[in-house]
Design a protein around this ligand. Structure first.
Ligand code: UDP
Ligand code: MG
Length: 328
């Protein structure tokens, strides 16, 4: 049986890139001994993105598209595309050609010949990125890897090719707040990393502001770690130790030395404040634990909603054809 590769491409306002991407992609994929489908996801674009998808889908039967009812964010768009994919190998690519299509050959080889479940790409440099952004990005990867059990690789892009079983594993996680970088690491499976230098996007502009990236980072930590909720336990322990320390000092000084008069007067207040503080923080820690559990259970909303797909386009095209035939 020959292989079928499905490539999912999320797009938000990418009219300038889509055709350039399509040409470059077809140039590479047609050299591989595979069938393929290209699944574009229109993530609430307000420019000509959807029109370009329609044109490509009419021209090339391997092109499919899903247009979402609004902007659900790259993660939602990826999920929509992965769900629609029918290939036995499934990949993700950005449309701005920052993910070089030539690497697809090596990715395919890695899965077919070397037996990996996933071949992903890592950029080794952060050229073209501001220093502040690089600094925060690096710090983020250090922190999240320390705090969670998802193995998240610094510099890993979403660009990857996966086996069907890994794709199904990703799809089996139906949570709403999807932090793909974490999900890919969390499911495990053997992953090979290809390294390359950072490339600037061919056209258009990045969809990520610093504010959006910070939110993304914080979401990632919250989705894969409940450590922040446990800070209260740690603080309550500190308070308790403080209270015990002051109490011990009070007893020692009361027995041996009456010179610490002021301290003796105030120490009961210190003890009471620290002790009550410890109790409150402990209570909050317990609440935090339960909130963390609820957080994990409460994610039932759909991740995306579809407005139009290439099937709708074909139906409309067929109907217009029949109408014109009838009235001729
Ligand atoms: N993207 C998307 N929805 C969004 C934001 C981005 O589908 O809300 C797509 C975008 O069109 C592109 C990819 O995600 O194909 C990566 O976005 P971008 O190049 O802006 O990110 P960067 O490379 O700067 O991290
Ligand atoms: Mg980009």
């Amino acid at each position: 049986m020959s292989d079928k590769i499905s490539i999912v491409v999320p797009c938000k306002n990418e009219e300038a890139c889509i055709e350039l991407f399509y040409d470059a992609f077809v140039g590479v994929i047609s050299t591989l001994p595979v069938e393929y489908e290209l699944i574009f996801v229109d993530d609430g674009s307000t420019d000509r993105t959807l029109e370009i998808f329609r044109t490509l889908a009419r021209r090339d039967a391997s092109v499919r598209y899903i247009s979402l009812s609004r902007n659900f964010g790259k993660e939602g768009a990826i999920y929509a595309g992965l769900k629609a994919a029918t290939g036995n190998l499934v990949g993700l690519m950005d449309v701005d050609l920052q993910d070089p299509p030539e690497l697809l050959r090596e990715m395919y080889h890695g899965i077919k010949k070397e037996g990996y479940d996933c071949v992903g790409c890592r950029r080794t440099t952060r050229e073209g990125e501001s220093r502040v952004r690089s600094f925060f990005a690096r710090a983020f990867y250090k922190i999240i890897n320390r705090m969670s059990d998802a193995d998240i690789v610094d510099g890993a892009r979403d660009y990857r090719l996966m086996s069907r079983r890994m794709t199904d594993a990703i799809l089996s996680m139906s949570e709403v707040d999807r932090f793909s970088k974490g999900l890919f690491g969390w499911v495990g499976f053997r992953t090979k990393w290809l390294e390359y230098r950072n490339i600037d996007r061919v056209a258009g502009s990045t969809k990520w502001s610093f504010r959006k990236l910070s939110k993304y980072a914080i979401d990632g930590i919250e989705d894969f770690s409940t450590a922040p909720l446990k800070i209260n336990f740690f603080l309550s322990l500190l308070c308790m130790l403080g209270a015990l320390g002051v109490l011990a000092a009070h007893i020692v000084f009361a027995a041996t030395d009456a010179r610490f008069h002021e301290f003796m007067e105030l120490s009961p207040i210190f003890i009471a404040v620290l002790f009550v503080g410890a109790l409150i923080l402990f209570g909050m820690g317990v609440l935090g634990e339960y909130i963390a559990k609820i957080l994990h259970e409460a994610k039932h909303r759909p991740v995306y909603l579809v407005k139009e797909t290439e099937d709708d386009l074909k139906k409309v095209d067929r109907e217009t054809r029949e109408d014109t035939l009838q009235y001729r």
